[in-house]
Design a protein around this ligand. Structure first.
Ligand code: SAM
Length: 219
């Protein structure tokens, strides 16, 4: 039977995660695909869509970004905010935590220098990625990371749109206004449920919006 990635599912997922291993969740490292991309960028405004535990938002804020961190789970947002606050106002003061459903929430167009989303599923991906792309400011960067179909950690998940290839995401972007910087499957260090090291395989799409390409020019 297909899994149902509803709001209730994610609330329960995060409640259980923090109940069973809160320290491990709080100590989660930022996503290496994000660090590889954002580490080379000048800090500005960033959207973390589907922020979950908040490790990526915290990393961005710690590196000078002003972050809007969005998630449908109020449980995840509460814990993520508390963690950020424990790191001090330099970090916490740079993050706005916003409860919203990415299936319907539409960010302001051209608002962010970086729009980043990692492993959000349960939302129609093409429409979501188009909305997120429209939120990137001219000259800004879009980073979409999903589970590649070859990923061994998610091969058992039975639900539509859990897997995506970077090539599929790239086809959503108009080549007249985007440069594709990365569109490939990339390995990420991970551990399987036996505790053995087994790299996860991510679909990584990173694109730069042309500096002159505003949404108004390309309706
Ligand atoms: C697999 S987790 C990934 C979390 C984090 N981005 C990471 O890389 O570890 C997916 C996240 O997307 C959030 N999410 C799922 N559906 C959503 C929706 N419709 N609107 C907003 N957030 C959603 C979940 O609550 C969860 O935090």
């Amino acid at each position: 039977m297909a899994e149902d990635f509803s709001t209730a599912y994610w609330e329960q997922h995060w409640a259980k995660a923090y109940r069973d291993h809160a320290d491990a969740v709080r100590e989660r490292a930022p996503n290496p695909q994000l660090v590889a991309v954002a580490g080379d960028l000048t800090p500005g405004t960033a959207l973390d869509a589907g922020c979950g535990h908040g490790a990526d938002a915290v990393w961005l804020a710690s590196h000078g970004w002003r972050v809007m961190a969005v998630d449908v789970s109020t449980v995840a947002l509460r814990h993520a905010r508390e963690h950020a606050e424990s790191l001090g106002t330099d970090v916490a003061g740079r993050i706005d935590w916003l409860p919203a459903d990415l299936g319907t929430w539409t960010p302001t167009e051209e608002q962010f220098d970086l729009v980043s989303t990692h492993y959000v599923h349960g939302v129609e991906p093409r429409a979501l990625f188009r909305r997120l792309a429209a939120a990137v400011a001219p000259g800004g960067t879009l980073l979409i990371v999903g589970h590649d179909p070859s990923d061994p950690h998610t091969s058992h998940v039975c639900a539509p749109d859990v897997h995506v290839t970077a090539g599929q995401v790239a086809t959503l972007l108009d080549p007249d206004r985007w440069d594709i910087l990365v569109a490939e499957a990339r390995a990420r260090p991970a551990t399987d449920h036996h505790g053995d090291r087994a790299p996860a395989i991510d679909a990584v799409l990173c694109a730069r919006r042309h500096a002159a390409a505003s949404n108004a020019e390309f309706p």
